[in-house]
Structures are given as C-alpha cells and as structure tokens.
Design a protein around this ligand. Structure first.
Ligand code: ADP
Ligand code: MG
Length: 251
C-alpha cells in the first residue's frame, strides 16, 4: 500500500531547477534512505514532500489523497486548506538542527501540537508523550529546556515530538549531521528501533553503513535527478560510475 507518491516532481528557485522530474513511491513499512552529494536537492525534496516548499510541477499524494497536482498546461494546484491540514497529520519531519521551540520545555514541545493543533484528548496525549519519552530514553528530561540538553537528546526530543502526532510516515533530513560520533550512535539506535517496528520512514543520510543496515531501499540522487533506486544490495554493488565514486568516498 502506497503511503506517499511523488510523480514527476520539479522544483525551481528562479531559473535554477533543483529537482528535475523526480518520481518515487513509499509503501507502508518502507525504510527508504536517500543519499547523494551536498546540493543535489535532497532537503528540497523533503521540504516539498512536507509542504514547506511548493513544487513547480508534478503530483504529490498521501494515502491516495492529493496534496498537489499539475494540469496539462503546467499549472500546479494544491488541495484546499482543509485537506492540507488533514494531510499534515499524516507526515512528520525531523530536521538536521532539531528545530525545537527554545522557550518550551521538552514536555510542551512534545504535547503542544497534539493538544492544540490535533485537539486530541489530554489524557491520551499525556500517555503517548510519556511512552515516547521512555522509548527515546529521555524520561528524566521532561521539564528541561532544549538549551539544557545535548544535541543527541535534543534530536531524540524532536523524534518524540514528530511521533507524538501519530504520523503514517516520518522524514529525517540528515538527523545526525550536527552530532559528534558518540551522540550520532544514540540517535541512529532509536531510528533503527523504529525501523524494526516497521515505521514508514524516509531518511536523508550520509551514514552509509547505517543506510545499508536499516533500509529496504536506497535512492542515490545527484543534481536533482535520481541516479539509482534499488535495494541496498543493488545500490552498494552498482556498476554506475557516479554511484560507485560517491559510495567509495564514504566507505
Ligand atoms: P541537499 O540537501 O542535497 O544538500 P538542497 O536541497 O539543500 O540540497 O539544495 C539544492 C540546491 O538548491 C542547492 O544548490 C541550493 O543552494 C539550492 N536551494 C535550496 N534552497 C533554496 C532557496 N530557498 N532558494 C534558492 N536556492 C535554494
Ligand atoms: Mg540538505
């Protein structure tokens, strides 16, 4: 069952075409890693998927519900506000630099949107938040503020915050690139755990051995196009010169 479908996605900033006809489908339970050089359009692709950027062409669907589509004249139309709002609960994004609200405690960072945006039951949200804090190994930090936490703890709070919305799919944009190796390990560990529970995820990462271990699919992207899309086995044994060169740099 397809959770996300992106078809023929184009995205330009002015004259500069960052995404050139990108198509990908993510099925329930997929763990898809996206690798590729800096500047290849990986963050832009995620930002388009979560509606932080508007596409210049193509189609985006979540669970067969349209987010955006393009007509035969090349005009892009987004779904009405009410549908976009509904779709927002189906996905979450974990940023490179955590993006927690600095003036909110850990607890409020996690519970605010489920209570005030999704208008969920207080008791249920509190139970969910407690369970996620436990799971992320930060139960003792619920009254702390982001500035009082290590980068690894902050990133685990942002993962808990994203999961608290009960998304069908979670996007990660280089979740460990701001962390030193020790903190990277603890964040990769929780993502691995989510993968073993079959959480549907799309992960932009430079951690090649992690990508190989955790994903059932890997996409190699360069200059706004998908160069390879296959199983870790296929991508890591690719005969494509560019793919080999890129992977070689990280191994
Ligand atoms: P990656 O995440 O793969 O490093 P990005 O998606 O961040 O790549 O960026 C792809 C290209 O798009 C880069 O050349 C970047 O400078 C450009 N770009 C990204 N965001 C913007 C923007 N808001 N305005 C103009 N150019 C942008
Ligand atoms: Mg990026």
């Amino acid at each position: 069952m397809s959770v996300l479908e992106m078809k023929h996605i184009k995205k330009s900033f002015g004259e500069f075409e960052v995404l050139k006809d990108i198509s990908l489908e993510v099925n329930k339970g997929d763990v898809l890693s996206i690798i590729g050089p800096s500047g290849s359009g990986k963050s832009t692709l995620l930002r388009c998927a979560v509606n932080l950027e508007k596409i210049s062409g193509g189609k985006i669907e979540y669970n067969d519900k349209l987010m955006a589509d393009t007509n035969e004249n090349g005009i892009v139309t987004y779904a009405p506000k009410s549908q976009l709002k509904e779709l927002k609960s189906t996905y979450g994004l974990v940023f490179q630099n955590f993006n927690l609200f600095p003036h909110y405690s850990v607890w409020k960072n996690i519970t605010d949107a489920p209570l005030n945006v999704q208008k969920r039951d207080k008791k249920e949200v509190e139970e969910t938040a407690n369970r996620l804090l436990e799971k992320m190994g930060i139960a003792n930090k619920k009254d702390a503020y982001p500035c009082e936490l290590s980068g690894g703890q902050q990133q685990r709070v942002s993962i808990a915050r994203a999961l608290a919305m009960n998304p069908d799919i979670l996007f990660f944009d280089e979740p460990t690139s701001a962390l030193d190796p020790e903190l990277t390990k603890e964040v990769l560990k929780v993502i691995k755990e989510l993968a073993s529970e079959h959480m549907t995820m799309v992960i932009v990462t430079h951690e090649m051995s992690f990508a190989k271990e955790v994903s059932n699919r890997i996409i190699f992207m360069e200059n706004g196009v998908i160069v390879e899309d296959g199983t870790p086995e296929q991508v890591f044994n690719s005969q494509n010169a560019r793919t080999r060169e890129f992977i070689g740099k990280y191994n």
